[in-house]
Design a protein around this ligand. Structure first.
Ligand SMILES: NC(=O)c1ccc[n+]([C@@H]2O[C@H](COP(=O)([O-])OP(=O)(O)OC[C@H]3O[C@@H](n4cnc5c(N)ncnc54)[C@H](OP(=O)(O)O)[C@@H]3O)[C@@H](O)[C@H]2O)c1
Length: 268
C-alpha cells in the first residue's frame, strides 16, 4: 500500500487524485483525516502508525523552523523503519535551491533518508509556478516584486503531483535516484506581460522591510521569502533539467500561464 502524507495539502491531494486516476490503490494520511484517510501528525508520535504501508510518499511539513521540521521528519522516518516500510519517496527541493532559507531542512531530511536503510527516491521539486505568481504584489499600475529580471525555473504543482504518482506507483524502478523536477525559466515581467500589465522591481531592503512589517507572517517567513527573492533575482534558480519531462513522458505544463493565473487571482 502507498501512503501519502499531508493528504489535505495541495500537492498531496493532487498526487492522490493522480494515483486514483491510474487505478493505483493509495491511502492518504492527514492531521484532519476524512473518509478512508489515516490520522497522522508528525508532531504526535502516537499517531505515526505506518503498519501495512510499503511505499511512503513523504510530503514535507515545511512550515516551521529547521529544528521542528527535522524532528518531524526524523520521527516519521523512524516509524517507517519500525513498521516495515520498504521505500520512501520524498518531495524535496531542487538542487539549485541550496541558497534558500528552507534548503537545510530538505537536505538534512535527504541525508536521514539515505542512511535510513529504507529504499528511497528523492524528488527535488522546483518552486511552484503558483507560488511565483502569488508572490507578485498588485499596485495601481501593475505588478511589483523584488525578483528583478531574474528567471525562475517554475513548475506547475500538477506536474509535480503527476511525477510523484508515477514514482510511487513503481518505486523499485526509481530506487536510489534523485530527480531534479523543474520547469521552463520565466520572469516576473513575463508574468505581468501575460496579464497585460507592467512589472516594477523594488529593492531587497524595501522588500524585507515590508515582510518584517507584515504581522500575518510567522517569524521564519520573512527571511525565507527574502531568500527566494534574492535567489531568483541573481539567477540562482533558473536551472533546467530534462528529468520532469522524462518522468512524465510528455512536455511539462508551460509554467507562465499557471503563474499568471495565480497572480490574477490575487488582483484586488
Ligand atoms: N516547491 C514549492 O514551491 C513549495 C512551496 C511551498 C511549500 N512547499 C513544500 O512542499 C510541501 C507541500 O506543498 P503544498 O503546496 O501541498 O503545501 P500545503 O498545501 O500547504 O500542504 C502542506 C500540508 O502539510 C501537512 N502538514 C503540516 N503539518 C503537518 C504535521 N505536523 N504532520 C503531518 N502533516 C503536516 C498538512 O496536511 P494535512 O492538512 O492533511 O494534515 C498540510 O496541508 C509543503 O508542506 C512545503 O514543505 C514547496
Amino acid at each position: 500500500m502507498i501512503m501519502v502524507t499531508g493528504a489535505n495539502g495541495q500537492l498531496a491531494s493532487l498526487t492522490l487524485r493522480e494515483l486514483a486516476g491510474r487505478d493505483v490503490p493509495a491511502l492518504g494520511a492527514s492531521r484532519t483525516p476524512s473518509g478512508e484517510q489515516r490520522h497522522l501528525d508528525f508532531d504526535e508520535p502516537a499517531s505515526l502508525d505506518l503498519t501495512g504501508v510499503s511505499t511512503l510518499l513523504l510530503v514535507p511539513a515545511g512550515y516551521a523552523e529547521d529544528d521542528r521540521v527535522i524532528v518531524r521528519h526524523r520521527a516519521v522516518l523512524d516509524a517507517a523503519v519500525r513498521d516495515g516500510v520498504s521505500h520512501v519517496v520524498y518531495t524535496s527541493l531542487t538542487g539549485a535551491g541550496d541558497h534558500l532559507g528552507f534548503a537545510l531542512a530538505h537536505r538534512a531530511t535527504e541525508r536521514m533518508i539515505r542512511t535510513s536503510g529504507l529504499g528511497w527516491t528523492i524528488l527535488r521539486n522546483g518552486l511552484y509556478a503558483e507560488l511565483f505568481g502569488a508572490l507578485l504584489s498588485w499596485v495601481p499600475d501593475g505588478l511589483e516584486s523584488a525578483f528583478g529580471d531574474g528567471a525562475l525555473a517554475a513548475v506547475a504543482r500538477a506536474d509535480l503531483a503527476a511525477a510523484a504518482a508515477i514514482v510511487a506507483s513503481d518505486p523499485t524502478a526509481h530506487a536510489g535516484r534523485s530527480y531534479d523536477l523543474v520547469g521552463a525559466p520565466i520572469t516576473a515581467a513575463e508574468i505581468a506581460g501575460q496579464l497585460g500589465v507592467a512589472h516594477r522591481t523594488i529593492g531587497l531592503d524595501e522588500y524585507r522591510a515590508r515582510l518584517l512589517a507584515d504581522d500575518t507572517l510567522l517569524p521564519f517567513q520573512p527571511p525565507m521569502l527574502a531568500s527566494i527573492a534574492t535567489s531568483v533575482r541573481h539567477g540562482f534558480l533558473d536551472n533546467t533539467s530534462p528529468d520532469l519531462g522524462q518522468l512524465l513522458d510528455r512536455p511539462p505544463i508551460a509554467p507562465l500561464a499557471v503563474a499568471a493565473k495565480a497572480a490574477a487571482a490575487r488582483q484586488p
